[in-house]
Design a protein around this ligand. Structure first.
Ligand SMILES: Nc1ncnc2c1ncn2[C@@H]1O[C@H](COP(=O)(O)OP(=O)(O)OP(=O)(O)O)[C@@H](O)[C@H]1O
Ligand SMILES: [Zn+2]
Length: 729
């Protein structure tokens, strides 16, 4: 009998596929095709997971699929396999995994062809106009010149990377008939050669190039050691073999600077996948990758699912970055899935960082990953000098000590640029009353509200609650409200007072919300208009500011005394990454760290040795405490407006787990209130599973989840499972 039953993965919370009848007129049906189905009265887009000739349902109960949406599968076999692997590993419904892999437009059933957008090239009339000097210096002129230099037509993503504001001038040029639209886009013609590689770089390149099929490598290279150059060489070699390369970068690492660097070096079409792109644009680049029209795919977290017609190499830059972990819905790690995918696709994967995660270091130490080291800065610049400033008994101005201000002055006077770094936005400033001690707290969360001077508002960064900044204390009426701690805005005001004639660029989530604002700020820094930079995590990595000679970490203490066992690792990564921004060119750099705890061993190691030594010490601590990467965790969270309901659900989960894992191979800790106990009006509880052996943990989860999901309470209370949680919040 021919297989006329389709097992369809539908995006629902139910962790199983559903059987439908194949349409009689359908041509070749294969797994990976999208179909439209009627699911409990709703029209949903699902993916064919398998074909079968029998079903547990009686034939008359089966519904036919409403439509088959693709001629060829959007997801190639390797990605289907990855999806099935991931659904098991993360215990997440396969239908939702498939849905997460597809870009928005395709997830909702749009026809693939509708998403292909054309390219643009200069017309004969345009070439004449250019030669005849008919255009004065303008954005139209520069755009036309770019198109004149291109080998073929350029697509939207390329235009965007070269000219942030391309769309108005492009429309004007189209109207004048100087530019024409064509079906397919081609690559840039002018490709620059890179610097000659040094011995360490070459050794790393050779090692990866020698991988026959799958191979995982850690590129452990100090900041400025030329890791990007290694990626570029390996990508060039991949393209030369007619293969495609996939490059993952952190959320904030996908800068115009980075794209421009790739575009001038690589001759292929570069597809850019980023969650901030419009759905249509994203689908276009996604399809270009799937059909092999794009040779290189660069993207953030979800780009790990970009289909590749001819995969050849996967690169994960800044592999330690927290943004690779999806923090809601399906909580996957793109870094970990990149390695799994590379194995399925039989291609090498390269994880690069100056501050590798302890997980990856442990894999390198165990010999699972090849360990490639770049120990020197490629430009020959010296490693920066580090210095601690003891904040105890210091007079502070918005958190700035006098010694730090003096050093800022010295470096500015010497013509350098200075970068000041705040550990975390939202940490401060809180508002409190000097008279009675009242503290502004969120009415919905166990969290302090944050003062936003410019908007004159108090904001909760956990639930988004917003209220006007009060003039007087609501408790005692005194008008002595003070900011506690320091946010980037307060710091900026203090800096304006101290350095009135120096241009200041504040880079944080607020100042870069509008499209193009980050680019403008970075430009102003690059060209020297702004010489004092002030920012949060956004400044910490990826950027290359040659003129920065001093980096100050204003408040390092937050990482020292946290309940989170990863806080020390994060602080160390931050300090090293931030320090890596200093003195990248001819001038030597200095780093000063302000702290109330200069005696803390973490600083001693950082100051006198390096990240490698510190990571070694941290790994030893983790081993002694039996914490990841020497143990494996999964966190079951529940939240509800009714605290009892959340607790009761997790109590039931704990009872089930105890019955299933009676051999003690998995520890079940809790339920306990989450560190942030209340958020958005809901009480949050959590249950932690911990095991020395990953297999024991996964065996338990595989048995537990079906039973847990079937609990009536699990339908009423909001819950989620986080396998390999990054933070226990
Ligand atoms: N072999 C080389 N010879 C000379 N200069 C080089 C070489 N390799 C890289 N560079 C230059 O060194 C600088 C730093 O290189 P790159 O940005 O690749 O380092 P990185 O390790 O990726 O840095 P980070 O991790 O700090 O962002 C760049 O200006 C790059 O052009
Ligand atoms: Zn809140």
């Amino acid at each position: 009998m021919s297989p006329n039953i389709l097992r369809i993965a539908v995006p629902t919370p139910l962790a199983r596929t559903f059987d439908y009848l194949a349409p009689s007129d359908a041509a070749a049906l294969v797994p990976g095709l999208r179909v439209s189905v009627d699911f409990a009265g709703r029209r949903l887009t699902g993916v064919i997971d398998a074909l079968a000739s029998d079903s547990a349902c009686p034939p008359e109960a089966l519904k036919p699929v409403l439509a088959v949406l693709d001629d060829t599968p959007l997801l190639p076999p390797a990605l289907l396999e990855l999806a099935r692997w991931a659904a098991r590993y993360y215990q997440h419904p396969l239908g939702e995994v498939y849905a997460a892999m597809l870009p928005g437009a395709l997830r909702h059933g749009r026809a693939a062809q509708d998403c292909i957008t054309p390219g643009w090239r200069i017309s004969a009339a345009g070439a004449q106009a250019l030669a005849g000097g008919q255009l004065r210096a303008s954005r139209q002129l520069t755009l036309l010149q770019t198109l004149a230099q291109a080998a073929g037509a350029l697509d939207r993503a390329t235009l965007r990377a070269l000219h942030a504001d391309y769309s108005a001038p492009l429309n004007a040029l189209l109207k004048r008939g100087w530019v024409e639209e064509v079906a397919a886009a081609g690559p840039l013609r002018a490709v620059q050669a890179g610097p000659e590689t040094n011995a360490e770089q070459q050794a790393a390149i050779d090692a990866v190039a020698a991988a026959d099929g799958f191979g995982a490598f850690l590129l452990d290279g100090v900041t400025g050691s030329g890791k990007t150059e290694v990626y570029l060489r390996l990508i060039e070699a991949t393209l030369a073999r007619g293969r495609q390369a996939l490059v993952l970068v952190p959320e904030i690492g996908l800068t115009p600077q980075l794209l421009a660097r790739f575009r001038v070096r690589l001759s292929g079409r570069i597809a850019v996948l980023h969650s901030r792109l419009a759905a249509g644009e994203r689908a276009d680049d996604w399809l270009a990758a799937a059909e092999g029209r794009a040779e290189v795919v660069i993207g953030t977290r979800s780009a790990v699912f970009a289909p590749l017609a001819r995969p050849g190499l996967i690169v994960v830059d800044e592999e330690h970055d927290a943004s690779y972990k999806q923090q809601e819905g399906w909580r996957y790690s793109a870094r970990d899935l990149a390695v799994v995918r590379a194995r399925l696709e039989r291609v090498p994967v390269l994880l690069g960082s100056a501050t590798p995660s302890l997980e990856t270091l442990a894999n390198a130490q165990r010999g699972r990953y090849g360990w490639l080291k770049l120990t020197r800065r490629a430009t020959g610049a010296r490693a920066p000098q580090m210095e601690l400033i003891d904040l105890r008994r210091q007079l502070l101005d918005e958190g700035l000590s006098r010694p730090l201000l003096q050093r800022v002055r010295t470096h500015l006077d010497a013509g350098g640029q200075v970068m000041l770094f705040l550990n975390r936005r939202g940490f401060a400033p809180a508002l409190f009353c000097h008279a009675c001690g009242w503290l502004a707290e969120c009415p919905h969360c166990a969290a302090r509200l944050t003062v936003h001077q410019r908007r004159r508002q108090l904001i909760c960064h956990h639930c988004g609650h917003t209220q006007r900044l009060p003039h007087a204390c609501p408790q005692c009426g005194a008008e002595e409200l003070l900011g506690l701690g320091h946010g980037t805005e307060r710091l900026e005001q203090a800096l304006v007072r101290h350095f009135p004639d120096v241009g200041i660029a504040r880079i944080d989530r607020d100042s870069t919300q509008r499209k193009g604002s980050l680019e403008r700020l970075l430009d102003a820094v690059q060209c020297g208009d702004k010489r004092l930079l002030l920012g949060t995590q956004m400044l910490a990595k990826g950027h290359h500011f040659p003129a920065v000679t001093l980096v100050g970490i204003v408040d390092a203490d937050q990482g020292l005394h946290s309940v989170d066992f990863r806080a020390a690792e994060r602080l160390a990564q931050l300090v090293v990454q931030v320090a890596g921004r200093a003195g990248r060119a001819e001038r030597p750099g200095s780093v000063v760290i302000q702290t109330h705890h200069p005696e803390h061993p973490l600083f001693a190691t950082l100051l006198h040795a390096d990240y490698a030594r510190l990571a070694e010490a941290l790994l030893a601590e983790r081993r002694a405490a039996q914490l990841p990467p020497f143990a494996h965790q999964a966190l079951l969270r529940a939240e509800d407006a009714d605290a009892e309901a959340a607790q009761a659900l997790l109590d039931q989960a704990a009872a089930l787990a105890d019955a299933l894992a009676a051999d003690g191979a998995v520890q079940c800790l809790g339920p306990v209130p989450a560190p942030m106990e209340r958020r958005g009006g809901r009480w949050r509880m959590q249950l932690l599973f911990e095991a020395a052996q990953r297999s024991a943990l996964h065996t338990l989860l595989e048995r537990l989840l079906p039973e847990f999901t079937a609990l009536p309470a699990a339908r009423r209370v909001r819950w989620s499972l986080d396998v390999d949680p990054l933070d226990l919040y």
